[in-house]
Design a protein around this ligand. Structure first.
Ligand code: PMP
Length: 412
């Protein structure tokens, strides 16, 4: 008889597995959004916050959305709740394509333009690829691209957006893959790229074989000044059609209709769209069917009306904030005067660091976002972003006055 050893007794408890050591290199490159952390401290109920940058909720077309949901459920029945194609709801893609005279095959619906940025990062950025970004730029784009391991090179900007002479110098010195830009009412600065520079940027990037991602969630929210063609539209003219264009355009219904339905789109040449479809299949199969149908129901009548309502409100709020800044801020502070969108950008004297200034401002019951997180490579210690989109005249007056006092206090 052979003796068999008795099975090991089960351990009293499972040995711990080091979860952090098991993370992918990609996950290690991800960082918590500095802004989300900052927003937590500004979300006390009695603090006037110019930090958040949310679209104004009192302007949401609640009843229209209710009616549209009812209409599409009646019209489409179970199909409104079924899986649908990755490319997106065809009538919506047709409506988007018609705006620029392109074909639905050039349009991909995405679950918020934030998803579009992530998927574009996934299909375009290899580790070490040079990605050119504005200094400062949209923090959410940096967060989307970061896991794919880009090497950021910053482009200096002034009141007319990206300095295209500096861009030329960078392109001469550095082989870049991609340029990411927000030409209209930029987040965070509120600045707009001039027409002349749009043309130059297109020429230079085409000449050096650099793809352009044009992120344009605010373009339709111009409340003053002259409408400018998008880089994408200029690119169509100059390149001769959507298949020749090196511009990838991204926009969204978040700022014009509602952000919570998460409906946005990317338009580009077909080789890019085909890869986006494959990437999106792996991410979420498709953007929610019902949401796309509701948006499609609204684009005809409600969207144009809504755009007018939002532009009027934001235009008044921006004008009001600029007037109060002139009144209450000390000499030596400068700020942008946006022609659309939701943000303006303040530069205080070099001696002030806006990160500790925020704590002093919160003590005076007002909050902003310090500018430094918006710089891919650091810097901007004496800058801040202010959002006027969801502030009342009283909040603007009281808040800007308190912020002016805070800055005076820091200047000593
Ligand atoms: N790009 C920019 C420049 C933004 O400001 C935002 C929203 N803050 C987004 C993209 C993401 O928008 P959404 O995902 O809601 O379409």
């Amino acid at each position: 008889m052979t003796s068999r050893s008795a099975p090991l007794p089960p351990p009293a408890h499972l040995p711990p597995v080091d979860l952090t050591a098991r993370l992918a290199g990609r996950a290690r490159r991800m960082t918590a959004s500095a802004i989300r952390e900052i927003l937590k401290i500004t979300q006390q109920p009695d603090v006037i916050s110019f930090a958040g940058g949310l679209p104004a909720p009192e302007l949401f077309p609640l009843e229209d959305v209710r009616r549209a949901a009812d209409a599409v459920l009646t019209r489409y029945g179970p199909a409104a709740l079924q899986y649908s194609t990755t490319e997106g709801h065809l009538p919506l893609r047709e409506w988007i394509a018609a705006r620029d005279g392109i074909r639905p095959a050039n349009v991909q619906i995405v679950t918020g333009s934030q998803q579009g940025l992530d998927l574009l990062g996934k299909i375009l950025i290899d580790e070490g690829d040079v990605v050119l970004v504005e200094a400062p730029t949209y923090l959410g784009a940096l967060q989307s691209f970061q896991p794919y391991g880009p090497r950021y090179v910053e482009l200096p900007t002034d009141e007319h957006g990206i300095d295209t002479d500096a861009l030329e110098e960078v392109l001469r010195a550095t082989p870049a893959k991609l340029l990411y830009a927000i030409p209209n009412f930029q987040n965070p600065t509120g600045r707009t790229l001039s027409l002349e520079r749009r043309r130059r940027l297109l020429e230079l990037t085409a000449q050096y074989g650099v793809l352009v991602i044009e992120d344009d969630p605010y373009g339709q929210l111009r409340f003053t000044g002259e409408e400018l063609p998008s880089l994408y539209q200029l690119g169509l003219e100059l390149a001769g059609g959507p298949e020749q264009s090196h511009v990838i355009y991204s926009s969204s219904f978040s700022k014009t209709l509602v952000p919570g339905l998460r409906d946005a789109w990317v338009q580009a040449a077909q080789p890019i769209i085909e890869k986006l479809i494959q990437a999106k299949q792996g991410a979420d199969l498709h953007t929610p069917t019902l949401n796309q149908m509701i948006i499609t129901e609204l684009v005809g009548d409600v969207l144009p009306r809504q755009i007018e309502t939002v532009k009027k409100a934001y235009g008044e709020r921006a004008q009001d904030m600029v007037a109060r800044l002139r009144e209450h801020f000390p000499a030596g502070v400068s700020f942008t005067t946006p022609e659309g969108g939701m943000f303006l950008w303040v530069t205080v004297p070099e001696s002030i660091d806006t990160v500790p200034l925020l704590a002093q401002a919160v003590a005076r019951k007002v909050a902003f976002v310090p500018g430094s997180p918006f710089y891919a490579l650091g810097g901007g210690h004496n800058t801040m972003r202010l959002s006027y989109s969801s502030a009342t005249p009283e909040q603007i007056d009281t808040g800007i006055r308190a912020l002016g006092e805070t800055i005076r206090g820091a200047l000593g």
